[in-house]
Design a protein around this ligand. Structure first.
Ligand code: C5P
Length: 220
C-alpha cells in the first residue's frame, strides 16, 4: 500500500507587487485550498512597533512584538500602507521575528494544505511544497501597479516615490542574511511584466498541472 499523499502546498514567492497575491488567491479559490498572505504577519509586527514609537530595525523590540502578536492584528485595516510595508521589511530582517512567525505559517498549511505567498515560502517555510512559483515583473511595471493600487485606495503618492520605495524594499529583502528573498531551486519562474491577472493564472495552472502530473497521487 502506498503512503497517503501529503496535503497540497503551493508556495508563491517574489518581490513586491509582482502579482503574487492575486495569483495566490485565485489558485486557492480554484483548488479549494486555504490561503495565507504571509506578508500580513510582518506588516502587523511592523505596525505594532510603529504604534509603540519603536524602531522596526531594533531586534529586541521587533522580536518581542512578533512573540506577542495577537492573531486579530492580521485583520487591521492599516497594514497596506507604504509605511507599514517598509516597517515590515525592517522587522523581517530580524531572525527572532522570523523564528517567532515560522510555526504559525507551517501549521497553517500542514493539515489541509494551502496556498501561501511571501518571500521565503519555497525556501524556508515549506521547502517540501509540491509546487513553487517565483513571480516577478520589471521594477517599473511593479511600481506602476502599486501606484495604481494606492490611487484606487484614495491614498495617491508620486510614482517616483513608489518606485524608490519598492526598489528599496526589494533590495532589503534580497540582501538580508536570514531567509533572503530568492527563488527555490525547484521553483517555476513566472514573469508577469506583460501578463494580466488572467494570463498569469492560466500560465500558473498549466505549470501546476505539469508538476502534479509528475508526482504520483498528488493531483487534487
Ligand atoms: O508581501 P508584502 O509586500 O505584504 O510583504 C511585506 C514585507 O514583509 C516584505 O517586503 C518582506 O520584507 C516581508 N516578508 C518576508 N517574508 C515573507 C513575507 C513577507 O520577509 N514570507
Amino acid at each position: 500500500m502506498s503512503a497517503p499523499a501529503a496535503p497540497l502546498v503551493i508556495a508563491i514567492d517574489g518581490p513586491a507587487a509582482a502579482g503574487k497575491g492575486t495569483l495566490a488567491r485565485r489558485l486557492a479559490a480554484h483548488l479549494g485550498l486555504p490561503y495565507l498572505d504571509t506578508g500580513l504577519l510582518y506588516r502587523a509586527v511592523g505596525r505594532r512597533v510603529l504604534d509603540a514609537g519603536g524602531d522596526p530595525a531594533d531586534a529586541a523590540v521587533a522580536t518581542a512584538a512578533a512573540l506577542a502578536l495577537p492573531p486579530a492584528d492580521m485583520d487591521r485595516a492599516d497594514l497596506r500602507t507604504p509605511e507599514a510595508a517598509l516597517a515590515a521589511s525592517a522587522v523581517a530582517a530580524v531572525p527572532g521575528v522570523r523564528a517567532a512567525l515560522l510555526e504559525f505559517q507551517r501549521s497553517f498549511g500542514r493539515t489541509r494544505g494551502a496556498v501561501l505567498d511571501g518571500r521565503d515560502i519555497g525556501t524556508v517555510v515549506f521547502p517540501e511544497a509540491q509546487v513553487k512559483f517565483f513571480v516577478t515583473a520589471s521594477a517599473e511595471a511593479r511600481a506602476k501597479r502599486r501606484w495604481l493600487e494606492l490611487q484606487a485606495a484614495g491614498t495617491p503618492l508620486p510614482l517616483a516615490q513608489v518606485e524608490a520605495e519598492t526598489r528599496r524594499r526589494d533590495e532589503q529583502d534580497a540582501a538580508r542574511a536570514t531567509a533572503p528573498m530568492k527563488p527555490a531551486p525547484d521553483a517555476v519562474l513566472l514573469d508577469t511584466t506583460a501578463l494580466d491577472a488572467e494570463a498569469a493564472f492560466a500560465a500558473a495552472i498549466a505549470q501546476l498541472r505539469a508538476r502534479l502530473a509528475a508526482i504520483p497521487g498528488a493531483a487534487p
